[in-house]
Write a protein that binds this ligand. Structure first.
Ligand SMILES: *[C@@H]1O[C@H](CO)[C@@H](O)[C@H](O)[C@H]1NC(C)=O
Ligand SMILES: *[C@@H]1O[C@H](CO)[C@@H](O)[C@H](O)[C@H]1NC(C)=O
Length: 287
């Protein structure tokens, strides 16, 4: 596979893909899933990206020179995005694997983003899931979680459901974060621009692991993350026929409270010290 490419990643790709394939064999793609290779394009590092499983699955490869990033062809104003990901195994310190929604427009003031970033760690220590929401280029809406499983052993489904009322982050169907649209606040919710789903694997050892103290160990490179079974379901008003699987209703408070009690590491809305000069962001004190 791509054996003519000179990079270290491509020399090792067939091995990594063979290992990944063994896991894919044991599982079934959900019916009606289009091929990942037909649904995405590469933003960077196309030589560090390898399709397998007949194009339904993708390995991203990171070495010192660069990693890789892709973007969905589909752009929607309100949709549910689901994708299965298996994260970098063993020593993943310094690496960041991402799944996020983003507008094409990155001009200051016009950029929206809904982020899930998986911050790697040294062997045996847990990943951190870092989430954030940017509206009109303003972020600072972080929540972080500890996962309740080893995300490197198997694929898990990571989802963002973006309706006119809520942004809901889900893992294997369990909601972990709900961000409400409060129209009266103005400008705190993405309502203007279509977003696509991006995924990437890159080096962020200046901040990702234990606050940047642990650097990427390049002797362990190349690093691999795997994606498969990308699904996008438009929600109204993008596509009136696609509303069925976007509930538009937030999950029961008890479900979310349990997840937060057991797995939440950080919530910007509880960080009084950080916002002591300005007061908490207005969406934190609404209701
Ligand atoms: C991770 O470590 C285990 C146990 O040493 C090994 O079997 C596996 O191949 C390693 N995985 C990767 C991706 O290096
Ligand atoms: C890595 O492991 C350490 C020790 O368990 C933990 O404090 C930290 O939150 C973990 N995650 C990251 C991204 O540093």
């Amino acid at each position: 596979m791509a054996a003519h490419l000179p990079s270290f990643c491509s020399r090792h790709a067939s091995m990594a893909v063979a290992a990944a394939l063994m896991i894919v064999m044991a599982t079934e793609a959900p019916a009606g899933v289009a091929l990942l290779k037909d649904d995405i394009g590469f933003m960077w590092g196309p030589d560090h990206s390898f399709f397998y499983d007949d194009g339904n699955a993708l390995a991203l490869c990171l070495e010192k020179s660069h990693g890789s990033g892709f973007r969905s062809n589909a752009a929607n104003l309100y949709a549910r995005y689901d994708i299965d990901v298996k994260l970098v195994a063993n020593d993943s310190a310094g690496t960041v694997t991402t799944v996020y929604l983003t507008t094409d427009d990155v001009r200051p003031g016009y950029h929206d983003e809904v982020d899930m970033e998986f911050l790697g760690n040294v062997t045996g220590e847990p990943y951190t899931l870092h989430t954030n929401i940017f509206v009109n280029s303003v972020g600072n809406r972080e929540q972080q979680f500890r996962l309740w499983f080893d995300p490197t052993k198997e694929f898990h489904t990571y989802s963002v459901e973006w309706t006119p009322k809520n942004i809901i982050f889900l893992i294997d169907g369990t909601p972990i974060r709900v961000y409400k649209h409060e129209p009266s606040l103005g400008g705190t919710f993405p309502t203007q621009r279509h977003m696509r789903l991006d995924g990437s694997l890159w080096n962020a050892d200046d901040w990702a692991t234990q606050g940047g103290r642990v650097k990427t160990d390049w002797t362990r490179a190349p690093f691999y993350a795997y994606y498969r079974n990308f699904r996008v379901t438009p929600c109204a008003p993008s596509s009136p026929s696609g509303v069925a699987s976007c509930s538009d209703e937030p999950p029961a408070p008890a479900v979310l409270q349990k997840v937060r009690a057991e797995h939440l590491l950080y919530d910007y809305c509880e960080d009084q010290n950080r916002f002591k000069d300005t007061g908490l962001p207005k969406e934190c004190t609404a209701d």
